[in-house]
Design a protein around this ligand. Structure first.
Ligand code: C2E
Ligand code: MG
Ligand code: MG
Length: 576
């Protein structure tokens, strides 16, 4: 049973302190009741504290009554006194938010409220908001920072860039923007796994973050893309910083028992010369970065000339969603068996039916898909459409171009199998075309994925053969079914001795290894005759048929063979 002091200065009491105490003692918010005061000079003295307040102030709840408030809680901020005085002078009750209190148990943040009680006494109730405040700070931090690297995120980046640009507009100086994109990071992710990929990004983020001065910003814009805002940088300084940043990225990253080397392509743009809007400036840095990547350069500063071509590319880049959301078409081109004259399968070729620019060839968008990280989406969409195209065409084989990049993905065979099943197409009817120059650096994962595809009955074709420098031994290790001679040699065979020799040796080489050979880009009958003499198995080219939608190609193929028994041409190529 607690004992309560009677009020020293009871006005009309009637206030049942004991009943009030019963209510406030159960609440978890610290609360102290202060005796009625007549004038501001009267020291506020404690009538009652609840256990939560006693704990906070480290006082004994049973013995603190009658003690001066400031004696029991000298850490209370001045505002509390002012608010209690206000109650006497103006009758106003106050509440305040988020004040820091250096309590005996450490600094905490409180909201507090002054409550006026009927007998003239007052209560102060405190609500500890430290955790909430902490949570809010955390949320705020999270909203503006990238969790992986703790660097500012895209939102904060734009904010800082805009601020820096506004400031320099006033004092007529520059703001430099560097955009860094790691090279082949997807391969790293695919081969080592995302956990390692994340660690690498975090290390590189840390290095870049440590590089710059306090008023500069290093941000992670997403994926493997970082940006630096360098206040007051000249073009020369930008180059210097870009070089240093490139070196920081290139330093070996050691993780557990592996050492990884990463490189970056860096693009730079300077405000106000290259743009006075943050988004435009970033776009320009992006153009420069893209040019650096294409040219294999570590750094490139934006040059307005780059833009003419880039503008088109950037527009297309921005429209890639439309490509994947319905503007993609798959056309087919037959491969003709040069002995029987019959179509021996089709190659699926991607086209983009662009809403404003019309029909675009893969040369205009495959690389963009790669840069934008949507190349696997494209591959699977083409695969799906290619298989749909032959699903009700009994026995028809179809070839799909698969970038080597996709072969770093061990889930590829299962995904392909699932798609074959979806369309009811036997694996033997699918051929995967891989470009020779890409496969040169054979990677364990790539070889294993190819072997897995092969073991499921899917066939592998080496595309554009002769443009890379694959050796015989190299090819021997891969489970290949077919080799396609690059059209540059086929086109040059008649006039160029070298091309002829190369085409001939590819045919011999492929046959010695037990592979079928296809000549790409057969455009005239003289070449056709020569290829037949050399024993080439198949031909593909405008001479027989240009690529086209499945309906037209099916009509042509089902109308009869492309060549008669003597090898004379029966098909007429349509102009599409
Ligand atoms: P590729 O796989 O070597 O495809 C053959 C290319 O040669 C096709 O160009 C075809 O239209 C063209 N062609 C066929 N016959 C002749 C001819 O007689 N003369 C000439 N001059 N050209 C001929 P296309 O469709 O523009 O494709 C170009 C390249 O784009 C393809 O070369 C392939 O590497 C890539 N590609 C096409 N579709 C896809 C796709 O779905 N995914 C990926 N990753 N790449 C694709
Ligand atoms: Mg191909
Ligand atoms: Mg080819």
């Amino acid at each position: 049973m607690r004992f309560f002091h009677t009020f020293r200065r009871g006005r009309s009491s009637g206030l049942n302190t004991e009943r009030l105490a019963a209510v406030v003692d159960n609440q978890s918010d610290p609360l102290v009741m202060v005796a009625p005061r007549d004038k501001v000079d009267d020291e506020p003295s404690i009538v009652h504290v609840n256990p939560a307040f006693a704990r906070l102030a480290e006082v004994n709840a049973d013995h603190v009554a009658g003690t001066a408030l400031w004696e029991a809680a000298p850490w209370l901020p001045r505002s509390v006194r002012a608010d209690l005085d206000d109650l006497i002078t103006t009758g106003r009750v106050s509440d305040r938010d988020d004040l820091a209190f250096a309590t005996p148990s450490g600094t905490r943040n409180f909201d507090y409220e002054v409550i006026s009680l009927p007998d003239g006494s007052a209560a102060l109730q405190f609500t500890d908001v430290s955790d909430r405040k902490h949570a809010i700070e955390l949320i705020r931090h999270q909203a503006f920072h990238d969790p992986l690297t703790a660097l500012p995120n895209r939102t904060l980046f734009f904010d800082r860039l805009a601020q820096a640009m506004a400031a320099t507009e006033r004092d007529r100086s520059n703001v430099g923007l560097l955009l860094l994109d790691l090279d082949q990071f997807k391969e790293i992710n695919d081969t080592l796994g995302h956990a390692y990929g994340d660690q690498i990004l975090s290390r590189i983020g840390g290095r870049l973050g440590a590089m710059v001065r306090d008023n500069d910003t290093v941000a992670r814009l997403g994926g493997d893309e970082f940006a630096m805002v360098v206040v007051g940088a000249t073009e020369g300084q930008m180059r210097e910083i870009a070089t240093r940043a490139g070196n920081e990225v290139a330093r070996t990253v050691e993780l557990d028992d592996i050492a990884v080397e990463v490189s970056a392509s860096i693009g730079g743009a300077v405000a106000p010369d290259h743009g006075s809007d943050p988004h435009v400036l970033l776009q320009r840095a992006d153009v420069a970065m893209y040019d650096a990547k294409r040219g294999g350069l570590p750094y490139k500063l934006y040059a307005p000339d780059d833009d003419r071509e880039s503008l088109h590319r950037l527009t297309l880049m921005g429209d890639l969603d439309d490509l994947l959301d319905g503007e993609l078409r798959v056309w087919f081109q037959p491969k003709v068996d040069l002995r029987t004259g019959r179509a021996g399968g089709l190659e699926a070729l991607a086209r983009w039916q662009h809403s404003r620019m019309g029909l675009l060839g893969p040369g205009q968008f495959i690389e963009l898909c790669d840069l934008a990280g949507v190349i696997s989406d494209l591959t699977f969409r083409v695969l799906d459409m290619a298989l749909a195209g032959v699903s009700d065409w009994p026995g028809q084989r179809v070839a799909v171009n698969v970038p080597v990049r996709n072969l770093y993905d061990r889930t590829l065979p299962d995904a392909i199998s699932a798609n074959l099943k979806k369309h009811g197409v036997a694996p033997e009817r699918l051929l995967v075309e891989i470009t020779e120059s890409e496969i040169m650096e054979d990677h364990r994962t790539v070889v294993e994925v190819l072997e897995e595809l092969h073991s499921r009955g899917i066939r592998i074709s080496i595309d554009d053969f002769g443009t890379g420098f694959s050796s015989l031994t190299h090819l021997r290790r891969l489970p290949i079914h077919e080799i396609k001679i690059d059209q540059s040699f086929v086109g040059g065979m008649l006039d160029n001795e070298n091309d002829y020799m190369i085409a001939r040796s590819i045919i011999d080489l492929a046959h010695n290894l037990g592979h079928q050979v296809v000549a790409e880009g057969v455009e005239d009958t003289a070449t056709l005759t020569l290829l037949r003499e050399l024993g080439c198995d198949m031909g593909q080219g405008h001479l027989f048929s240009r690529p086209g939608p499945v309906g037209r190609i099916r009509l042509q193929v089902e109308a009869g063979p492309a060549l008669d028994a003597e090898g004379a041409l029966l098909w007429r190529s349509s102009p599409t």
